[in-house]
Structures are given as C-alpha cells and as structure tokens.
Write a protein that binds this ligand. Structure first.
Ligand code: GLA
Length: 389
C-alpha cells in the first residue's frame, strides 16, 4: 500500500477541478483497534491507534450554502447539495452518490450544531474502503476539520467526534458507535488511545511494538463489510435488549457476569453479554500490559478477543479465522479480527523476525482455498486528524 499522499498534488488536482486554489488541505487517519470490539456502543472501553493511512480533503470555503464533493477514487459527476437539509438517507440518493453522503452529512450536522457553511471539496484516500479500517470516519473527520477551519469555528475534538458520529448515524443511516471518529481525531503518534466511551474521558497509552522487536501486521482479508448492512445493527439491538432485561443502563454495567448469564434465558443474548463483559476486561488488561511495557503479552489478549468475537459475538468470517489460524501456526504471538465484523481486517502480533514467515503462511492459506490474496499494511501508530497544508 502506498504512503500518505502529499498535500501538494491534491491541491493541484483541486485547482484543475475547481479553477481556483483550495484554502487548505486537511487529513484524517484510519484506525486499528488493538482491543475492545463492540464495546463502544455498550458504553465500555476501546484501545485504538491511528494509522498513517487515511483520507485527505482539499477544500475551499463557499458562502452560497452548497457543499460540492469530488473524489479521486470515484470518477464521475461531482455531488452538490445544500448544507441546510434533513437526513441524506431520507433523500433516496442513487448508489453512485452514496459515498458523498458522508461529507454532505457532516456538513449538514455541523451547519446545524456549529453554524458552519458550505465548501468545495476534493477527496483522496489511501485507505481501502470496506477493509474495517474506518475509511468512513476518516472522511467524516477530515471534512469536519476542514469545515470548522474554513468557517472560523473552534470546536473541541471530542465534540467533533460526536458530531461526525451523529452524521454517520442520522445522515448516512449507519448505527456506528463513537470509537472510530474518536480515534481519528484524538490519537497521537506512538500511542494507543484508551477511551472510556461512557464518560468520553481518554488517555494516551504508549504503544511501540518495535521497541520489543515485535511487529503488528494488518491483514486486509479482502472480504469487505458495511456497517449499514443490518448485521451490525442487529448485534447492537441484541446488546440493548440484554441490558434492558438485566436492568442496567448498558452492558458496561454488568459486574456479576455469572449471575447475569444465569438470569438470561436466551442463549444468543447470553453469548453477546459474555463477549461484551469479558472484552471490556480485556481492554483494561491490555492497557495495563502496554503501560508495563509487556507488549508481547498482548498476544494472548488478541487471541482471547478473537475467540470471543468468533464464538460468542458470532461476527467473524472465514478469511479472518483462516488468517489468525495460519499466523498462529507460523509462530505469531496472537491475532484477531478487528472492526464491525463480517469482513474487513485482521491484526497479527508477531516477532519482527518472523513477520515474513507469518505473511507467507497467511498468503499460502488463502491460495490453497482459492481466495483473493490478502493485502498487508504497516500499522504505525500515527497522528490524529490535522491540517496538512
Ligand atoms: C465499527 C463501528 C465502531 C465499533 C466497531 C466495533 O468500526 O464504527 O463504532 O462499534 O465497529 O468495535
């Protein structure tokens, strides 16, 4: 995968498309979640870090109430829409405009909440879409920062994360939690972000696998996923149902797991609760291990998380299970699926001098099954969203 695109060519592309220079270029990263999957909307804990890969947006202020979006990844007509408007999802946009629901949705939500206005946008991404690396959140956050800067609004990053999430929920119609937008806006280089999704409080946890001669591989399993396709929302609804039956505001509040499991008659809900409650404990344990400088021991946490996501939350997929199995057989310390599930990426923690062997083993396992070859990406803990030019 290519390195982060330079801002200058994007600015030149903007000038060619719009006949004027942009006012600036903003960039927001995708994320890898080390651990804490499907805990965010259960008001629990997550531990993501920002990738060097992300989305860049060259933008110029407009005062005619219009947001116009073009993307280098989506050839075709630009999408123009008023910034004053209801949910994009209710407007029945054709599939070829669907990508633009994210920037337009953000523009509408920010307009209503912060009084920002319109903009002309040119978008470029070096993050694969549907790979579970939060390309949507990166697009939302880069757009949100651009709009705030262009219209002179000084918004708190936690508030911006919440507004970007609202845009995805209400404008795009995808019921995501707060993790991805928070990671994109709040992460810092060399650290993972320990975020309490209930209070919004967060802290940076030093994360430097290289210092321990370890490598974290991101494996794009090439089976793509979408948050809006129903399975994610069903898991969310199951968690909410279980919390209501248990009489707690959210599954984060379950302290007596054994008692909770005994009191739930439905085996499906029992499995969901088992995952969420144990996953929250794994996040805290993993953060403790990182703080102690015991990165290698994270491997066991990743394995436990994967088994829980596969068997209790039931959101893994064959390419993810095969990648994790092949990596472990090749001597990796641990691995797990990441993101919403049903497709996307896997992370694998391995001794750096075994990384090639692990990559080859995963590639060979895919070839044996005649699956599309996996893609690998370096996962370097990088900066959160920023103005790039
Ligand atoms: C997606 C969502 C997040 C989170 C993860 C699962 O990435 O956007 O809010 O729920 O899935 O942990």
């Amino acid at each position: 995968m290519t390195a982060a695109p330079e801002a200058a060519p994007l600015a030149a592309g903007f000038a060619a498309a719009y006949g004027r220079a942009p006012d600036g270029v903003w960039r927001a990263p995708g994320r890898v979640n080390l651990i804490g999957e499907h805990t965010d909307y259960n008001e629990g804990f997550v531990l993501p870090f920002a990738l060097a890969h992300g989305v860049s947006v060259a933008a110029a202020r407009r005062d005619d109430g219009i947001v116009e979006a073009r993307s280098l990844q989506v050839p075709g007509e630009p999408v123009s829409a008023p910034v004053d408007g209801g949910p994009v999802v209710a407007e029945g946009w054709p599939p070829e405009r669907a990508w633009a629901a994210y920037p337009v949705g953000v523009a509408r939500v920010l307009r209503a909440a912060l009084g920002t206005g319109g903009a002309s946008l040119l978008i470029d991404a070096d993050l694969p879409r549907g790979a579970g690396l939060s390309s949507s959140a990166a697009l939302e956050c880069a757009t949100a920062l651009a709009l705030c800067d262009l219209h002179g609004v000084d918004a708190d990053r936690r508030e911006l994360a919440a507004l970007a999430q609202r845009a995805e929920n209400e404008q795009v119609g995808a019921p995501c939690g707060i993790m991805d937008q928070s990671a994109s806006l709040l992460c810092t280089p060399g650290n993972a972000l320990l975020l309490d999704c209930r209070s919004g409080l967060s802290g940076q946890v030093p994360y430097a696998p290289g210092d321990a001669d370890l490598t974290l591989l991101v494996v794009d399993t090439r089976a793509s996923h979408a948050i809006g396709d129903g399975d994610y929302g069903r898991r969310r609804a199951e968690c909410e149902e279980a919390a209501a039956l248990l009489g707690v505001p959210a599954l984060r509040d379950v302290t007596d797991l054994a008692g909770a499991l005994r009191s739930l008659p439905d085996p499906v809900l029992r499995r969901r609760v088992q995952h969420v409650v144990t996953e929250n404990h794994r996040v805290e344990a993993a953060a403790g291990l990182l703080r102690a400088g015991a990165v290698a021991d994270l491997g066991a946490m990743l394995n436990a998380s994967h088994l829980s996501l596969r068997d209790q939350f039931e959101i893994s997929w064959p390419q993810a299970d095969t990648a994790v199995d092949a990596a472990l057989r090749a001597g990796a310390r641990g691995g797990r699926m990441i993101g919403g599930g049903f497709g996307g990426s896997v992370i694998v923690l391995t001794a750096a001098d075994r990384a090639d062997r692990v990559r080859d083993a995963i590639t060979a396992a895919y070839a044996e099954r005649a699956w599309t070859a996996p893609a690998f990406l370096d996962a370097v803990p990088s900066a959160g969203a920023h103005r790039a030019a």
